[in-house]
Design a protein around this ligand. Structure first.
Ligand SMILES: CC(C)(COP(=O)(O)OP(=O)(O)OC[C@H]1O[C@@H](n2cnc3c(N)ncnc32)[C@H](O)[C@@H]1OP(=O)(O)O)[C@@H](O)C(=O)NCCC(=O)NCCS
Length: 183
């Protein structure tokens, strides 16, 4: 397992992931190719700004099977660190996301600047909720979030960097890009 920063050249990967109805089933359905391309450019630009956004290589030199990252976001008016992940449909169920998240969290712990790390999978997103549980996140609430104009019912998980901190309940924005407060 290797994580490599995503680049402009990986735009095909974001297109393949985010226009695939099977990958996007828990995220309100597939995005248009234009939306996927815009998201890719925004996230690559976000790397310059200090966010982490990696492609997942099952082994060094192998073609990527998905993406994973941590970025600065806002939740209920507070700055947070948020993580998220996607694996190509044909590569799912083989442990790639589990291995990638373990590596990512290890890097984040060593880096030390991310603090508590939040994740917002849909409540019926079995694989993502399993990942959070398995990697030591704590489920603190369920929330409504606007993901690219779709209202999603999400679990709010937190991996504590240190001692527990109070988090406000309710509706709010989550990610760097697609998620906004419901209108
Ligand atoms: C979530 C996702 C990245 C998992 O990737 P993956 O490489 O298949 O995950 P893994 O093989 O490491 O499995 C992780 C866990 O999910 C479970 N799982 C995997 N696919 C599953 C499925 N289709 N249904 C139910 N559980 C599933 C695995 O059993 C494992 O749980 P366990 O360790 O408790 O047994 C992948 O399903 C995906 O890309 N989903 C669509 C995008 C998405 O929803 N992203 C999350 C946004 S928050």
């Amino acid at each position: 397992m290797q994580l490599e920063p995503a680049t402009d050249a990986d735009i095909w990967l974001t297109e393949a992931l985010e226009t695939d109805p099977r990958v996007m089933v828990e995220l309100g359905g597939p995005h248009t190719i234009e939306l996927a391309r815009a998201a890719h450019r925004r996230r690559v630009a976000g790397i310059e700004a200090g966010n982490w956004w990696f492609k997942i290589l099952p082994e060094p030199g192998a073609p990527p099977v998905g993406t994973i990252g941590i970025w600065r976001a806002e939740w209920a008016g507070e700055a947070i660190s948020e993580t998220g992940w996607m694996v190509l449909h044909q590569h799912q169920g083989r442990g790639h996301a589990s291995a990638a998240l373990a590596v990512l969290l290890d890097l984040a712990r060593k880096d030390g600047r991310w603090g508590d790390i939040h994740a917002f999978p849909g409540v019926t997103n079995t694989a993502s909720n399993s990942l959070c549980r398995k990697l030591g996140f704590e489920l603190i609430e369920t929330v409504e979030a606007d993901y690219a104009d779709r209202i999603l019912h999400c679990n709010h998980w937190v991996l504590r960097a240190r001692r527990p901190r109070r988090t406000r309940r309710g509706v709010g924005p989550t990610t760097q890009d697609e998620i906004r407060p419901p209108r």
